[in-house]
Design a protein around this ligand. Structure first.
Ligand code: DQA
Length: 146
């Protein structure tokens, strides 16, 4: 696989470790990035790992991924429940998309049950904390076919 897997993170995920640890766990986003980098090297793939609090920046990165990524692992965070613009950007993505969540949104508040991402994803992995990302990366590599 010559192109990297993009692992993109939406708003507030920079606060992991201090934000509602009873829901999201003690791992920081840096811990998750390190674990993904380790798994990527075991799988022999490159990753690009980013986080933003800005909807437009996330959309810019998804558009960039159209050209540059073999697959996208996305934790859309709150934007997954609200953003038609994110849905539209993902619709234009040809590479496989894997949606990941640390928590299990379906078991939480009702407003988290809507996802503008799930209909466009090859699959969704949620509820396993850091492991959701590692499973998502493995799924992305498999879905990209290499
Ligand atoms: C989240 C779940 C979302 O409902 C929430 O808005 C987040 C994090 C998760 O990883 O569990 O910010 O995507």
């Amino acid at each position: 696989m010559t192109k990297p897997v993009y692992i993109l993170n939406g708003p507030n995920l920079n606060l992991l470790g201090v934000r509602e640890p009873e829901i999201y766990g003690a791992d920081t986003l840096g811990d998750i990035e390190s674990a993904c980098a380790e798994m990527a090297s075991e799988l022999g793939v490159q990753i690009v790992f980013r986080q933003t609090n800005h909807e437009g920046e996330l959309i810019d990165w998804i558009q960039e991924a159209r050209e540059k990524a073999s697959a996208v692992v996305l934790n859309p965070a709150g934007y997954g429940h609200t953003s038609v613009a994110l849905h539209d950007a993902l619709k234009a993505l040809d590479a496989p998309l894997i949606e990941v969540h640390l928590s299990q949104p379906a078991a939480r508040e009702h407003f988290r049950r809507r996802s503008y991402v799930s209909p466009l994803a090859a699959g969704t992995i949620s509820g396993f904390g850091k492991l959701s990302y590692l499973l998502g990366l493995e799924a992305a590599v498999s879905a990209a076919g290499k």
